[in-house]
Ligand binder design. Structure first.
Ligand SMILES: NC(=O)c1ccc[n+]([C@@H]2O[C@H](COP(=O)([O-])OP(=O)(O)OC[C@H]3O[C@@H](n4cnc5c(N)ncnc54)[C@H](O)[C@@H]3O)[C@@H](O)[C@H]2O)c1
Length: 390
């Protein structure tokens, strides 16, 4: 799709708006007669009366102009205050999270455009979505495989792909960004999209650790910018953290909450604080697990009696994983989870928080995490992380 013509977006394609509260209450702006017609009507016969009349006519014209202006600015304000019912979604980033978000949005009746940097990545994303949908269909339509096939085909048909984000956001209701966890890259993306997206379009970031405000600052639509933090794997995990910055309008926040519900998710809200709720608690736990495993090697038991054994760290990663699953009831151990989330993503988060608060022991960098990332071992997605995957 060419970019020409995108500067003038088509009228609110796919947007349904509900009347804002001000509109329902009816009165917006000042009542003109309360200023213009106070007192007795002027008598046109005497010169002073006609001068008074001219003054009053000027006053009326001025008040009328002011009223018209206030009406039009109020209607602009109330237009921007209207809740967006999201029908068309653009998801930027077709990796772990973006593919999942696109899948769930399409499966719940939204039209979706999935954007990534290359056609190869997009082909891989779509293949992953299809496989995931087949699993969903197998369960959901266990009794009726034909209906399951139709569900998969129909859902896939509502996901278009593109390698040029700017060319596809002109009529979208919502942009959900799920690209690399790097503020500069996110800022560059949103700054560009801000020029091409429709006026009503809401921008949301799926960042795990960055402040939404610092991403939104790259745009001129801070009131239509919020956080939508999904969890991995998106088709399975019920939670979405909806983030309202001090600049996010209430209507934008409500639109994002409604969208999360339309996806069948359970939204919770959180202020724009690093890590929001889940990662603020989860990431220090994951890092503490790595530190437990990293601590200096030691010999336990009595080697003279042949009972000595060597431990690298306080416990092996396998034992730490088993302990947290069987002892704490977690579905995955911390190393399994780290590999699943992506070691690159975890490193971005920890490095960012460490930079903001260098003294905090919870956010100290980890040599083994750094080493694995330097070797491009990002976890499951690259075939190796703390564990190897076939
Ligand atoms: N992995 C998780 O468990 C998880 C959970 C919640 C939130 N997040 C957040 O979601 C975001 C994405 O994480 P992920 O795990 O899906 O990463 P990922 O590495 O799997 O995918 C990122 C994708 O974005 C693409 N990309 C990078 N720059 C781009 C650009 N400028 N335009 C278009 N596409 C671009 C990459 O090619 C890649 O396919 C990050 O901000 C991360 O913090 C991750």
């Amino acid at each position: 799709m060419g970019r020409a013509g995108l500067e003038a977006p088509p009228p609110s394609c796919g947007v349904t708006v509900t009347p804002g509260a001000r509109g329902l209450q009816g009165r917006v702006g000042p009542r003109p007669q309360s200023l213009a017609f106070r007192g007795n009507p002027p008598r046109a016969s005497s010169p002073s009366a006609s001068a008074r009349c001219r003054r009053r006519c000027h006053t009326m014209a001025f008040v009328t102009r002011q009223f018209m202006r206030s009406m039009s600015s109020s209607s602009t304000a109330s237009a921007s205050a209207k809740k967006i019912i999201v029908k068309h979604v653009t998801v930027i980033g077709g990796g772990l999270m973006g593919a999942g978000i696109a899948q769930v949005a399409a499966a719940t009746g939204h039209t979706v455009v999935l954007v990534d940097q290359t056609e190869d990545i997009l082909a891989k994303s779509k293949k992953g979505i299809e496989e995931s949908l087949r699993k969903v269909a197998k369960k959901k339509f266990a009794e009726n495989p034909k209906a399951g096939d139709e569900f998969v085909e129909k859902t896939l048909s509502t996901i278009a792909t593109s390698t040029d984000a700017a060319s596809v956001v002109h009529s979208t209701d919502l942009v959900v960004e799920a690209i690399v966890e790097n503020l500069k890259v996110k800022n560059e993306l949103f700054k560009r999209l801000d020029k091409f997206a429709a006026e009503h379009t809401i921008f949301a970031s799926n960042t795990s650790s960055l402040q939404i405000t610092s991403i939104a600052n790259a745009t001129t639509r801070q009131d239509r910018f919020g956080g939508l933090h999904f969890f991995n794997p998106v088709p399975v995990m019920k939670l979405v953290e909806v983030i309202k910055t001090p600049m996010t309008s209430q209507k934008t926040f409500e639109s994002l909450v409604d969208f999360s519900k339309a996806l069948g998710k359970h939204p919770v809200s959180c202020k724009d604080t690093p890590g929001f709720i889940v990662n603020r608690l989860l990431v220090p736990y994951l890092m503490e697990a790595i530190r437990l495993y990293e601590r200096d090697s030691q010999t336990c038991g009595d080697s003279n009696l042949g009972l000595g054994f060597s431990l690298k760290g306080d416990a092996s990663k396998e034992d730490i994983d088993t302990a947290m699953k069987l002892g704490a009831g977690y579905p995955m151990g911390p190393f399994e989870l780290l590999d699943y989330v992506g070691l690159d993503t975890t490193k971005f988060i920890v490095d960012g928080w460490h930079e903001m608060d260098t003294e905090n022991p919870l956010h100290q960098p980890s040599p083994s995490l750094n080493k694995l990332v330097a070797e491009n071992k990002f976890g499951k997605k690259t075939g190796e992380g703390f564990y190897k995957y076939k």
